[in-house]
Design a protein around this ligand. Structure first.
Ligand code: PEP
Length: 243
């Protein structure tokens, strides 16, 4: 059965004074519920403290990016090994904001460090208008999943760029079309049974008020949530709707 993952992405938000939100999220998640994982990806500066705050609960913490190398002369960067050392179980890779700012996709590093990469893919508004969505997303899948990766090691997040942080949400039909196409591509690569093990998250202005409708779409196995994950109450309201 496909696992469901409700994952938050705090982006460049959060100070030590925000740790109360992690503690509240951890208290709300408690020992978790069968088949549904809860994760908050936070800035590297907060990871160790966030992992401590979540300790004893089923809430996991993750990083938001990592460098491809294990260590070395890369001033300001953080390796997957460092994130794992700080308590991260997952790391977001290839988020559109990172692809734009840093031409990034470092899935291989996450696998090397024994973490789960959440591989972000998704089209721009221009690509959607030009009818290129499915072709583009297929090319991102082909280019982003490392050779030799096992299906149970990865998570994919479909995040239409035009829906991230804009308040604009893809319709259930749009999400259904893309997620079905992604699953088909994954089945070609891994075989149908293994492809079904890969959680496909939707990301883009997901909130407590629209989560149920989005999570009900076939082949949606959770969400990657930016703005609405900053408040434990909103994050938990979405987690509460996941099955
Ligand atoms: C994201 O950061 O991946 C995201 C989907 O953000 P938001 O939920 O704010 O649109």
């Amino acid at each position: 059965m496909t696992r469901t993952l409700i994952a938050g992405n705090w982006k460049m938000n959060g100070l030590k004074s925000s740790l109360g939100e992690i503690r509240d999220a951890a208290a709300g998640v408690g020992q978790g519920k069968a088949g549904v994982e809860a994760l908050l990806c936070v800035p590297a500066t907060l990871l160790t403290l966030a992992a401590e705050a979540a300790h004893g609960s089923a809430l996991r913490v993750g990083g938001e990016t990592c460098h491809a190398a294990e260590s070395g002369a890369h001033t300001g960067d953080v390796s997957a090994e460092m994130l794992a050392d700080a308590g991260a179980t997952h790391v977001i890779v290839g988020h559109s904001e990172r692809r734009t700012d840093h031409a990034e996709s470092n899935e291989t590093a996450a696998l090397r460090a024994g973490m789960t990469p959440i591989i972000c893919i998704g089209e721009s508004l221009d690509q959607r208008k030009a009818g290129e969505t499915l072709e583009f997303v297929a090319s991102q899948i082909a280019g982003s999943i490392p050779d030799g990766a096992a299906a149970e090691q990865i998570v994919i997040a479909y995040e239409p760029i035009w829906a991230i942080g804009t308040g604009e949400v893809a319709t259930p039909d749009q999400i259904d079309e893309v997620h079905t196409a992604i699953r088909t591509r994954l089945a070609e690569r891994f075989g149908a049974d293994a492809a079904d093990l890969i959680p496909l998250l939707y990301g883009g202005s997901m909130k407590p008020g629209n989560a149920a409708e989005i999570l009900a779409v076939k082949d949606v196995n959770g969400g990657l949530i930016g703005g609405a994950s900053l408040k434990a109450a909103d994050f938990l309201a979405i987690y509460g709707q996941a099955k």
